[in-house]
Design a protein around this ligand. Structure first.
Ligand code: AVJ
Length: 438
């Protein structure tokens, strides 16, 4: 709660140097559900027409999927149709009853976000108390580390978009080509009439590929940045004028309550881009479980996971010739200076990308090129030459690793696609009740 008082103080301080754009991460995490669409577009006939047995590659897991998938699918669809109103209202009730109590992290951010903002300040950039706390703690700890989620202010999001177009950054274009090459296959395994729920939709660049493939009943983009959400929703509305779209501005790391309009619709989660790679294994499993809870049993999840590959391909993807990734990394320091009253001499830091083979991850660091002292929010810090601030992990997975990760969170893989070179994996998994024993 101390953070709340601090937040007020900071708000007053920041008023003077208020930049034009407020940071989207400081926006109240309120759902901004659009009411334009109707559920009339849900075609029950479509929902009933579950695909024929999925043509899956052979493995024990896949055999099991083949053996019971028709059964499981129709049971699942029926159950969804029959019971999801119930399930959903239970979920909603639970959310209403305990939303202020449930998850302590969620409660903290809810409290922080709930600080009354007088209208005169509402359009100014507010220092996010969670950003401040993460930066102060991260610079105090050894090794120094700041969570990668703080890269994505407006500038950081733009730089990331630039990264996705770099020749060295194979991830985005490879995932997109896998999606378009196998759209029909993916669609036959998911079946039509699902509400597509995209986690961390960002600019929704790959969304049209999925939406035009799977004949969805609705689209629910979830993103922490309201600004990005509004832009991408506007574009998708033009492209899919009949599709109901229900954007949710929020943090998908926690279980979310889906709009009531989706009550009768089976779901397909979409989590592209290997965003899961930013998390270590326990955090990734927590997130995948939260998605399971958000979407419910019988849902499916289409997830992109980057693969382990030779270092001479990995490193350039995170340390490109044009220096865009360096700028993206260094922007974090600019953001600290802008939003937290920092005095960091950014030019005294350099971008470093390393492959950590034991952990199977790319690490990004900001290395001090000389001894440096600075302050953040009035607190003094020093870092000596050669020491780093660890800013990102990007975990890579072998095909079996990725499937194990999914299974650890209750998601059974039912389909998998890759590119010719095996650079990137796209996996379709199903939320099944976890059997107790063999
Ligand atoms: C958005 C987490 C998938 O790890 O490849 C890109 C972020 N960082 N270049 C990744 C990122 C540096 C990206 N993810």
């Amino acid at each position: 709660m101390a953070a709340v008082g601090d937040a007020r103080t900071r708000r007053a301080t920041v008023r003077e140097d208020a930049a034009k754009e407020r940071d989207a991460n400081a926006v109240t995490r309120a759902a901004i559900t659009r009411h334009g669409g109707t559920s009339a577009l849900v075609n029950p006939a479509r929902v009933d027409s579950t695909p024929a047995d999925p043509a899956l590659a052979g493995s024990a897991q896949v055999d099991a999927a083949l053996a019971d998938s028709a059964l499981a699918d129709s049971a699942q669809v029926d159950a969804t149709l029959a019971a999801s109103a119930l399930a959903d209202s239970a979920q909603v009730d639970a959310a209403l009853a305990d939303s202020a109590l449930a998850d302590s992290a969620q409660v903290d951010s809810a409290l922080a976000d709930a600080v009354p903002v007088d209208s005169a300040l509402a359009h100014l950039p507010l220092p996010d108390p969670a950003f401040r706390a993460d930066v102060l703690a991260g610079l105090s700890r050894r090794p120094r580390a700041i969570p990668a989620r703080w890269f994505y202010d407006r500038r950081g999001s733009e730089l990331f978009e630039d990264i996705t177009r770099l020749p060295e950054y194979y991830l985005t274009r490879t995932e997109r080509s896998i999606l378009s090459a196998h759209a029909a296959d993916i669609a036959s395994l998911t079946g039509p009439g699902r509400a597509v729920v995209e986690f961390g939709s960002g600019s929704s660049a790959k969304t049209p590929l999925v939406l035009s493939a799977v004949a969805p009943s609705a689209y629910v983009p979830i993103d922490i940045s309201g600004e990005f959400l509004r832009d991408s929703v506007a574009a998708l509305e033009r492209q899919f004028p009949k599709l109901p779209i229900h954007p949710i501005e929020g943090d998908f790391m926690h279980r979310l309550v889906l709009p009531a309009a989706l009550a009768n619709q089976p779901r397909l989660g979409f989590f592209p881009g290997s965003t899961i790679g930013n998390m270590n294994a326990p955090a990734a499993v927590d997130l995948l479980r939260a998605m399971w809870e958000t979407l419910g049993e019988g849902s499916k999840l289409l997830i992109g996971i980057d693969r382990i590959k030779p270092v001479n391909v990995l490193i350039p993807a995170y340390d490109d010739a044009q220096g865009v990734t360096a700028e993206f990394n260094l922007n974090l320091l600019h953001r600290i200076n802008r939003e937290l009253g920092g005095t960091i001499p950014v030019s005294a830091f350099r971008h470093v990308a390393r492959w950590n083979d034991t952990e199977a991850r790319i690490e990004m660091h900001l290395e001090a090129t000389r001894d440096v002292s600075f302050s953040v929010d009035g607190r003094p810090f020093a870092i000596s030459k050669g020491k780093t601030i660890h800013t990102e992990n990007s975990y890579k997975y072998g095909p079996r690793d990725a499937r194990l990760l999914l299974r650890s969170a209750g998601w059974t893989p039912i389909g998998e696609w890759t590119d010719r070179e095996g650079l990137f994996g796209l996996i379709l998994a199903e939320a099944r009740a976890i059997p107790a024993a063999p």
